[in-house]
Write a protein that binds this ligand. Structure first.
Ligand code: SF4
Length: 388
């Protein structure tokens, strides 16, 4: 089945940049190592939750299996006592206007009168939020049609489970709010489809923004993003020609200028990454780009070709056992896994919990729209003037 042009996973892009649908058709779907890792994790999770789902043939690294098991426990807890569907295909063409379009939900469940949509996000690059999540809202509409056959749905919950960055997020809304969302999504989809045969595209059809462009296949060649980048680097001179240059240009470091530059940086970073990726791909195919060449990077970390052979050989070197082996105590995550498996008892686990520590999270810059509460630095002694 051909991949939908207006897929739920790209809903943010086509709802905010309608011309992107036309542009993205020109670029092939490419899978990355990260995407393959995520697909495998999803396949394992689906099989554990529903043995009717195919068992993946490929082995999964144990660290990733731990994350999968955490997700499975979360789904089981959230859907206990309800009707549950795993890897659930839903028709979405009534939202997107594309004939026979479908989306597949990681987990959809009706628990009491609450419809729950649970999504496993295996990436760690971008923190995904549940509130107003457009992809999950499209899924919710598809699932709503099915689950409302069983009982009245009074509330909808969207859940994001992103284990590799400890992000578990959920958001509730009403069926009436879902209806409003769907009407807006329909209008956006109709606009995107109206540009499909436009050549050239009208300028108002391409609307760059950090969130829309981040995962857009067209970004290395997008004229609108390139235009934004060109405008961004066209800084006005800080001084007039012939004027002395201040050592610290105050204007460039002002909160207003830094705020403007942060918005531009969010937009430029994905474009720069896309240009590098495209150049790398073409050069690997033998294309010459003036002024650039391919070189070999650093070799990978050294490892034994056969750990068993190394073990046997080291034994013959008359080394002591503690010189041949490095023993390490298991991590808190591994200990918790043993607790969940019943190998560490109910009374033993609290003792271990008392000696678990983790570093304080460091403050990071986030846009005002981020749903996490703002962090304020503690007042420093120098903030206060001495009282005479
Ligand atoms: S790169 Fe950004 S502006 Fe260009 S088509 Fe994609 S989403 Fe739209």
């Amino acid at each position: 089945m051909a991949h939908a042009l207006l897929s739920p996973s790209s809903a943010y892009r086509w709802m905010h940049c309608p011309g992107s649908v036309s542009l993205c058709r020109l670029f092939p779907d490419e899978s990355s190592e990260y995407a393959k890792e995520g697909t495998l994790a999803h396949a394992y999770a689906a099989h554990i939750l529903d043995p009717n789902q195919p068992k993946p043939a490929e082995a999964i690294p144990s660290e990733n299996l731990t994350f999968v098991n955490d997700y499975v426990s979360y789904v089981e807890r959230e859907t206990a006592g309800g009707i549950r569907q795993i890897e659930f295909p839903v028709a979405i063409s009534e939202v997107t206007g594309e004939a026979n379009a479908k989306g597949t939900i990681d987990c959809a469940a009706l628990v009491g009168n609450t419809l729950k949509i649970i999504d496993l996000k295996f990436g760690r690059g971008v923190r995904v939020e549940a509130e107003g999540n457009l992809q999950l809202s499209v899924y919710a509409w598809g699932a709503f049609q099915y689950f409302s056959l069983f009982d009245e749905i009074k509330e909808i919950e969207l859940h994001i489970f992103q284990p590799r960055i400890d992000n578990i997020d959920s958001w509730k809304f009403t069926p009436a709010e879902l209806e409003t969302f769907v009407n807006n999504a329909r209008a956006c989809a109709a606009k995107a489809l109206s540009y499909l045969n436009a050549d050239p595209l009208p300028p108002e059809s391409l609307i760059p923004s950090a969130d829309a462009c981040r995962f857009c296949k067209a970004k290395s060649a997008c004229p609108a993003l390139r235009q934004n980048a060109a405008e961004a680097v066209d800084f006005k001179p800080i001084t007039e020609a012939g004027e002395a240059i201040p050592i610290i240009p105050e204007e460039a470091l002002s909160p207003e200028k830094l705020g403007q530059n942060l918005i531009l940086a969010d937009l430029l970073e994905p474009w720069i990454a896309a240009v590098r990726e495209e150049a790398h791909k073409q050069m690997l195919e033998g294309v010459h780009i003036d002024g650039f060449k391919l070189v070999l990077g650093r070799p990978g970390n050294r490892q034994w070709t056969s750990a068993a052979e190394a073990e046997e050989l080291l034994k013959t070197f008359k080394l002591k056992e503690n010189e041949r082996y490095s023993y390490k105590v298991i991590t808190p995550t591994a200990a918790e896994k043993l607790y969940k498996a019943g190998r560490i008892g109910q009374r033993q686990w609290p003792k271990l919990e008392q000696i678990i520590t983790r570093s304080e999270p460091a403050p990071v810059v986030a846009p005002e729209s981020d749903t996490r509460p703002a962090w304020t630095p503690a007042a420093q002694p120098t903030d206060f003037q001495p009282v005479n």
